[in-house]
Write a protein of this length. Structure first.
Length: 207
């Protein structure tokens, strides 16, 4: 199974690296970072670069697309080279996936029309603008399309999707290998139970 993760300027690192780590550990899976031109792509904090080792034309038919989100999403939704690659590759993928606001890139490519999807809570209610039906879940499956909510949920999505795409025992083994046993220090990660002032402060950290 070959997974392609397209990178664009100002992506959020964990959106890409979390699922990458899960899927790269899976036996028989290969994960490749791709971009219009191979080379380093800078994240949303302008302090971390991930190297795309292949171009879109180098990998036209991956088995899986996994689109990260981030503050660069708005620009990415107007990147016709990226969108054209997603549209063409999606015709042949076994799975097309996204994390966080990456779902809007899928939407801009026309992949989410009439589909159920999710995204980061700060953007999710705008999903109908790209033709999708917003579902308030951490991971949403609709046929071969799988979308994850905000940033850290990409790890959950990758494990859930790995269980579906291969088998649950493999997913459980990978989860143990990466010691993914979340025990957050605060009960503060749910926007639906957080006070308004904290939601506003959290969004200010992202935008």
């Amino acid at each position: 199974m070959h997974v392609a993760i397209p990178l664009y300027p100002r992506f959020t690192a964990l959106d890409a690296v979390g699922p990458y780590t899960v899927l790269a550990f899976a036996p028989g899976w290969t994960v490749t970072f791709v971009a219009a031109v191979p080379g380093p792509v800078i994240d949303d904090k302008a302090s971390l670069a991930i190297t795309a080792t292949a171009s879109f034309t180098d990998l036209p038919r991956p088995d899986v697309i996994l689109v990260p989100g981030g503050p660069g999403t708005l620009a990415a939704t107007g990147d016709q080279q990226l969108l054209s690659w997603i549209r063409a590759a999606h015709e042949h993928t076994r799975w097309t996936t996204s994390v966080c606001s990456g779902s809007f890139v899928l939407g801009a490519a026309g992949v989410l029309a009439g589909r159920k999807a999710t995204s980061h809570w700060g953007w999710a209610e705008q999903l109908p603008a790209v033709g999708a039906e917003h579902v308030k879940e951490r991971v949403v499956f609709d046929g071969k399309i799988v979308t994850a909510a905000g940033i850290s949920s990409g790890i959950d999505m990758a494990l859930t999707f790995l269980a579906e795409a291969q088998d649950e025992e493999t997913a459980r083994t990978v989860q143990l290998a990466i010691e993914y046993d979340p025990q957050p220090p605060f009960n503060a990660g749910n926007p639906h139970t957080a006070p308004a002032f904290r939601r506003e402060a959290a969004l200010n950290l992202i935008f």
